[in-house]
Design a protein around this ligand. Structure first.
Ligand code: ZN
Length: 250
């Protein structure tokens, strides 16, 4: 099979698993069992009604048994994961870096969906993620172990300062996500990721505040912006960091 097609199919399958993680992890339910069931009527979902994207389309987004609407989150997470995996393959090729990128991307997709829905970033993803990022770089050498270690400190420390200075507004979950990105990306690229996240977050938050759709006290989850910054950092961070540094030097 043509490798990008294989990567796309693997991405769909992982995306399907991430949907299970997103639905069950915040509720403390097991990821391994029982089989997926309709949250409306409890009918177990047959394998042929559980195919990524295809089943959503053929069922027209409704449960076969009770016709309750299935969330758009399911096909979106599956398609997004597959697209990110293919992009990672195009950029890294068949390398250890590619495998490390898949781990980071899968974690970021799950974190984004969970933070949007529950305003939490689960420690059970970010804490092992910090270790995984460090070990992946130790194996591949893409980012040196020292750079990765400093990245953990810079990514986490930046948010610790924000938390202390703002007295809330930003949570410990954001701090651990920052540390995880630092472990995977190294200290200079995690700065790029946070910078991108702040730009995107500001670009969305300011119109919401100005138009009064959100008050100053309403929480806007920052995790999704940080995750998006992490994706930009993973794919284009080194180029952006060089461009940024050369802009100062030149
Ligand atoms: Zn149902």
């Amino acid at each position: 099979m043509w490798p990008p097609v294989l990567v796309f199919l693997v991405g769909l399958a992982i995306g399907s698993f991430l949907n299970v993680v997103i639905a069950r992890l915040p509720e403390g339910r097991s990821l391994l069992g029982p089989r997926s069931a309709c949250p409306g009527c409890g009918a177990p979902i047959a394998w042929h009604d559980n195919l990524p994207i295809l089943s959503f389309v053929s069922l027209r987004g409704r449960c076969r048994a009770c016709a309750m609407r299935i969330s758009w989150r399911y096909p979106i997470v599956e398609a997004l994961t597959a697209a990110l995996f293919v992009l990672a393959y195009r950029i890294f090729g068949p390398t250890v870096d590619f495998l490390a990128a898949l781990v980071l991307l899968a974690a970021l997709v799950a974190i984004t969906a969970i933070d949007l829905q529950h305003q939490i970033i689960p420690d059970v993803i970010t804490l092992p993620g910090i270790v995984a990022g460090f070990l992946a770089n130790l194996a591949s050498g893409r980012v040196s172990w020292l750079d990765s270690l400093i990245g953990i400190g810079v990514g986490g420390g930046l948010f610790l300062i924000i938390i202390l200075a703002s007295g809330g507004g930003m949570g410990g979950g954001d701090m651990k996500l920052g540390a995880m990105l630092g472990a995977f990306l190294g200290w200079s690229v995690v700065l790029v990721a946070v910078f991108v996240a702040v730009l995107l977050g500001g670009a969305l938050a300011i119109p919401l505040l100005v138009t009064g759709k959100r008050g100053r006290k309403d929480p806007i989850p920052f995790g999704p912006f940080l995750a998006l910054g992490g994706v930009v950092g993973l794919f284009w961070g080194e180029r952006l960091a060089q461009w940024y540094v050369s802009g100062f030097a030149g």
